[in-house]
Design a protein around this ligand. Structure first.
Ligand SMILES: Nc1ncnc2c1ncn2[C@@H]1O[C@H](COP(=O)(O)OP(=O)(O)OP(=O)(O)O)[C@@H](O)[C@H]1O
Length: 355
């Protein structure tokens, strides 16, 4: 497994004391896989991405049974070792690319810096400079920027959001990372630009076997190449498994709500069809409900949901719900009726014993 995350907990401070904003989250990304982490705003996607990258400031406490990259424990390495891995094997692109580009440097200067020295053939610095320039042009062409001259001479505030994201991707792929973490890379973009960015990521995934961990707020913005899907709500995993299986037969009410309001499904609906959604919004970190955090918004919630559901495995899915849907629900219903039957049987036996 390239990235292996087990029981990742991220604790922050609220006015009422420490809060596990991310609560024992587990998922993994295999070599060459695209894994989408989907959850509404505030579900903890950016915190998880930053914890993997080691970007979180010290007021957040990060614990995990495992936070491994390629078999190496990211949490126990020194800062230097971690920086080496992050600089070479893992890259990240962000929702707001312009704020991560240096406002005082041209795009050419920033991309030239991203090119690895080992990728240069020229021996002398003067010929290296022109080689770097050629490599920057190649990078820009690879991310679909044909007007390279104009973009190279620009400062970040002079380019559009879409072009800035392409520049960020160019900078990320200059390192040929094995894992790219994309934190809602197309949030503020027009649908056409969004599609371009996803096509680009899809191309690099296919040609370089690059693994991608894609963070997204809704199913309408996940990549078609996404093989695995993890649904996150308010810092807890709701359901995880192969994308197709989750779309076809969700076991968690949250997966059902998010997938049935997605552009995936909308495109197949008749006009004016009512689309089900969950009313309400995700809670702020100071007011997280006990037990299953979806409880107050969940159409299936019952008294038992104040107890955090344990992680269950059924078929290819992993889910955390006391009252799952579809075949997992039937299976659980059968188990419950066995329990009830066993309780009834033992009561009857007791009655007989008393006779
Ligand atoms: N710097 C911060 N200070 C205080 N609280 C924070 C900070 N960063 C995140 N949080 C809180 O942590 C929780 C998770 O936030 P996070 O940004 O990881 O969610 P997200 O899923 O990435 O949301 P979005 O899709 O809007 O980016 C939220 O309740 C948020 O308010």
């Amino acid at each position: 497994m390239l990235l292996d995350v087990r029981n990742l907990t991220i604790t922050g401070q609220s006015e009422h004391g420490p809060v596990d904003v991310v609560d024992r989250v587990s998922f993994s990304v295999a070599e060459g896989e695209v894994h989408s982490l989907v959850g509404e705003s505030g579900s903890g996607k950016s915190l998880i991405a930053s914890a993997i990258m080691g970007f979180l400031d010290p007021r957040w406490q990060v614990r995990a049974d495992r936070l491994w990259f390629d078999g190496k424990d990211l949490l126990s390495m020194s800062k230097q070792q971690r920086r080496k891995i992050i600089g070479v094997d893992i890259a990240m692109i962000f929702q707001d690319p312009r704020s991560y580009l240096d406002p005082n440097d041209t795009i050419e200067a920033q991309l030239a810096e991203a090119i690895l020295t080992e990728d240069l053939d020229a021996k002398h610095w003067w010929s290296r400079r022109s080689e770097r320039r050629q490599k920057v042009i190649q990078l820009l062409h690879r991310v679909g920027i044909k007007e390279h001259q104009q973009v190279m001479e620009s400062f970040p505030f002079e380019i559009s959001e879409g072009v800035a994201q392409k520049v960020m991707i160019a900078s990320a792929i200059a390192h040929r990372p094995r894992l790219l973490i994309a934190d809602e890379p197309t949030t503020a973009m027009e649908p056409a630009t969004r599609a371009q960015i996803y096509r680009l990521l899809g191309r690099f995934h296919a040609s370089h076997k690059m693994s991608i961990l894609l963070m997204s707020q809704d199913m309408g913005t996940i990549m078609p190449e996404s093989q695995r899907l993890t649904m996150l709500y308010s810092g807890q995993i709701m359901e995880s498994g192969p994308t197709e299986a989750l779309l076809k037969e969700p076991f968690h009410p949250y997966t059902k709500a998010i997938t049935s309001t997605s552009l995936y499904q909308q495109s197949q609906c008749q006009p004016k069809t009512h689309l089900p959604t969950l009313p309400g919004a995700s809670p702020p970190m100071q007011h997280l409900p006990i037990g299953c955090r979806l409880g107050p918004r969940c159409p299936n919630a019952r008294r038992q949901c104040v107890v955090t559901p344990s992680i269950q495995k059924f078929r290819a899915h992993v889910y955390a719900c006391h009252y799952p849907l579809n075949s997992a629900g039937k299976e659980q219903g059968l188990k419950r009726s066995d329990i009830v039957r066993a309780e009834v049987d033992s009561d009857t036996e007791q009655e007989h014993d008393n006779d």
